[in-house]
Design a protein around this ligand. Sequence first.
Ligand code: PLP
Length: 432
Amino acid sequence: MPVPMSPPLHPGTKQPADPEFLSALFPMSLIMQEMSPERWIEIPEPVREIYRLWRPTPMFRAVRLEKALGTPAHIYYKYEGVSPAGSHKPNTAVAQAFYNKEAGTKALTTETGAGQWGSALSMACKFFGLDLEVYMVRVSYDSKPYRRYIMESFGAQVYPSPSTNTEYGRGVLAADPHSNGSLGIAISEAVIAAASSGGAKKYSLGSVLGHVLMHQTVIGLEALEQMEMAGEYPDMVIGCTGGGSNFAGFCYPFLHQNLTKGHKTRIIAVEPAACPSLTKGRFAYDYGDTAAMAPIVKMFTLGHTFMPPGIHAGGLRYHGMAPSLSALVDGGYIEARAVMQRPTFAAALEFAASEGILPAPEAAHAVRAAIDEALLCKRDNVKKVIAFNLCGHGHFDMAAYDAYHTGKLQDYEYPAAAVNEAMTHLPQVDFA
Ligand SMILES: *Cc1c(COP(=O)(O)O)cnc(C)c1O
């Protein structure tokens, strides 16, 4: 890291969290990876053996899209939608299940929004013989059942959150029996379920944490070799950001080249205008969850009590952002921009019309930025090489496309008042 990292803090004492506190949630091997000073951590053979089901993932040059846009730019995309779950998420799900199995964990708990993370982790747990308890945001549990059926097919127990399993969930239900739930509430329930299990269960998170981002770097390491095969090197690399894992996985290996080999690749993070942590949030210590049970980390945040509007890229509705990515944006190593929903879906359809793949609504944010950059190249008549991460397909999110086609999808502006309110609830800590 070219910038210093601030340590995660214990949510109670607000002092640097010791490994003992974290070990109630994670196996020691993953805690050690979290802040490892090692440059390289080998991918274990049992993980590689499973990766071989879909890795290496293909990298395509979008020649037909370039022609359709009439741009001199060369556009490449790395396609993570070929994984069994249809996104990049199995890259870390498989690794986390492996390290937990190795440490003697019997069961994992986790949360899921629309079900992308839950379906990836349920497959990984099945492969390694671990039980899995998933807290699924209530509104998705009811309205998006197909990913729940996938999780159940792999043997996971799926509970709508808020649930009656935890005291916290029961409290939320007592206050509002018809609560829609939120990702923050579901994270709190999954954390509590693991922390109160007496060591039998550990917790697993699909984004944000350092070890998760590190597991995803297999994407960018492959992409570096694939660009070499293509005989080109990107002038810019682009990814969408929810918690930061697919973005970091694709872009950090290129950032490493910038820092060590003198490359000047622009690295661009794209987020929804309705949940703009990197472009409108504050770089400050905040809780990772709504119930203030999870570690406090320094990150770009909209406030842990902020409730993002119900945008269709559900995977991008987190109040915070990975601490390493936040520090790199703050340090000027990575650019960030926000895009509106409707132009994002328009870009997704433009991409599909040439390349035949309907992107996940999250991935469509990266497509929007890539097309915008390609159009700037056309205007200025310059040939640049643009590479982006197509982190998943949209086959389980077709209701979002229906909403776009039927004109029901709205553009949400930056919810300034709600964010300002949430900012008043940031924890007071003594660390800068
Ligand atoms: C979960 C998900 C995201 C958001 O998570 P990141 O950690 O920011 O990558 C983005 N795209 C897809 C397809 C997802 O499933």
